[in-house]
Design a protein around this ligand. Sequence first.
Ligand code: HEM
Ligand SMILES: *[C@@H]1O[C@H](CO)[C@@H](O)[C@H](O)[C@H]1NC(C)=O
Length: 322
Amino acid sequence: MASRTSWHCCLMAFFLLSSTACAQLSTSFYATSCPTLQIVVRAAVLRALLAERRMGASLVRLFFHDCFVLGCDASILLDDVPGGLVGEKTAFPNVNSVRGYEVIDQIKSTVELLCPGVVSCADITALAARDSTFLLGGPTWAVPLGRRDSTTASLSAANNDLPGPGENLAKLISDFGNKGLSARDMTALSGAHTIGFSQCQNFRAHIYNDTNIDPAFAALRRGNCPATSGNGDSNLAPFDLQTPLGFDNAYYRNLLARRGLLHSDQELFNGGSQDALVQQYSSNPALFFNDFAAAMIKMGNINPLTGTSGQIRRNCRVVNSS
Ligand code: HEM
Ligand SMILES: *[C@@H]1O[C@H](CO)[C@@H](O)[C@H](O)[C@H]1NC(C)=O
């Protein structure tokens, strides 16, 4: 049932014509229906990270790519059905790039043993992103829960709504604005690029053709990313050269040194409106951690399915048939 605050929130949302302000999620949503949920997710994420630390980065990104496409509804997890449902996994930003589906499957199957039919795949994805951030050294936060799972997906929305590595600052701000997120949220959330890796094809143009880049850094990255497309396209480079799998504020210090890996990364510190904030985050990790946690909660509130909308999938890859 909606609390008094969420009723007020809904009323305000009505007048402001905002679709995302009225989420009605609650941090205690599964307190009685699945009290061990958060312990199970934490343990499974820890196990996945011990096997491969990069998986933490991949799980943070999985949540972002879920929320930006139709909202945080686990639509990204649906497999294509031949002759039927068209999923999002083959969208350009996702194909051969998004990882972590098997970790979500594994968590879901454990959770189904303990609390069958109760916990959504969308909420598991949100918890896994929070736990990954924390276990890699970043901030933690209480995750608002109660999302339900979609019965649909959108390949075209996945292709259109996710930001691309060649975008300029104005486009990045408008992509996030379209999801109800501010420029400040965008700059804080981009700090997730303090962990994980990118393929050469996504940063090639930046290291060969852009001038707002540290020449020594460009030379280093060119070493494993040939200029001609079709060569070494999937070669990996870490976003953060010093601590690639530690969640810290090095991303912003790198931007000050013109060592952003993607064109879009360096756009945040290139003489524009986000320069001052990048400078603050680079010298104040606590400020970054605070803003990142708040922005992850805000991103997690994008168009959740609640109440009787959607369903609780039994298998995160498939819509329930009955
Ligand atoms: C601001 C616009 C953004 C753009 C243009 C962008 C683009 C990209 C690209 C191109 C990659 C490399 C993918 C590959 O080569 O396979 C990547 C990786 C990554 N992104 Fe973003 N991203 C953005 C924002 C975000 C946000 C908001 C988050 C999370 C809050 C995020 C988290 C990550 C993580 C953790 C990785 C590394 C994943 C791994 O190693 O598996 N990104 N991003
Ligand atoms: C750099 O720019 C030139 C001229 O626009 C273009 O032909 C070339 O393909 C670009 N190189 C990369 C690696 O993007």
